[in-house]
Design a protein around this ligand. Structure first.
Ligand SMILES: [Cu+2]
Length: 260
């Protein structure tokens, strides 16, 4: 990060850095109906949020998931400014895909993603656009997934109409009424677990008058990975819900993995 800032002296630019907070104030507990049989074990609590006793342990066959060489979204991989005077209909398609990729060399993790990168695609629309967003859930997924866009006004930011089981797809249509830069994230089951595993990104709703011209724009998001094994341990890393509840990440990453 520091390196990027130092070498980009031709500021200003839009720097989209988001600190993903994985705290106890998330929305719901894992529900057994959102999982494939025998792929997990969860201890359900009745209080709001995951609660101190939340447990989630995956039992997956990693050979059944797609291998992705580089999970990291490139910081300069985002759409250009829109330069449009009028609103229009924008069609977006996202796919929830669970993959195996590397936090660092020889350190593998079962990432849950939008479109196979962390963060997911940078979405860019204009104020008053009508956005039609389709969410697919890859049939290989171990969980149901959904999308909650903070640019959307309505139940769960769209989560309530986009929750999809493996192999399903659903479409949400919304009007981008309020300009701003917003997070989107999966909100199925226990949202903190889905976010921790990589299901987040950003949506920019450009104001009608557009944004000031800049030399460069970058897309960088911070995430935290809660692995059962300690930092630096080689091999496949399992998710540890206890560390997530306690907010004790083993890895703090930018765009999904350790920098090289
Ligand atoms: Cu999800």
């Amino acid at each position: 990060m520091k390196k990027i800032i130092k070498t980009r002296k031709y500021l200003p630019y839009i720097f989209t850095l988001l600190f993903v907070s994985l705290t106890n104030n998330c929305l719901a507990n894992e529900s057994s109906q959102h999982h494939r049989k025998n792929s997990y074990s969860s201890k359900i609590t009745t209080n709001f949020g995951p609660g101190d006793h939340y447990q989630h342990e995956m039992h997956i066959d990693i050979s059944k998931f797609k291998k992705v060489a580089d999970i990291s979204k490139k910081a300069d991989d985002l759409p250009n400014p829109l330069n449009r005077n009028k609103p229009k209909k924008v069609v977006l398609v996202l796919e929830a895909v669970e993959v195996i990729s590397k936090i660092a060399p020889n350190i593998r993790y079962h990432y849950w993603t939008f479109n196979e990168t962390v963060p997911g695609p940078f979405l860019r629309v204009r104020e008053d656009d009508t956005v039609e967003l389709t969410l697919y859930n890859n049939k290989s997924s171990s969980h149901s997934h959904a999308i909650d866009l903070h640019a959307v006004t309505g139940p769960g930011g769209g989560k309530s109409v986009t929750e999809v089981e493996p192999g399903e797809m659903k479409t949400l249509t919304f009007k981008a009424t309020t300009p701003g830069l917003y997070i989107y994230h999966c909100a199925a089951g226990n949202p903190a677990t889905h976010i921790a595993n990589g299901m987040y990104g950003m949506i920019l709703v450009e104001p009608k008058q557009g944004l000031s011209k800049v030399d460069h724009e970058f897309y960088v998001m911070q995430g935290e990975l809660y692995t059962k094994q300690r930092l630096g341990k080689k091999g496949f890393q399992k998710f540890n819900s206890r560390k997530m509840i306690d907010e004790r990440p083993e890895y703090i990453v930018f765009n999904g993995k350790r920098g090289l």
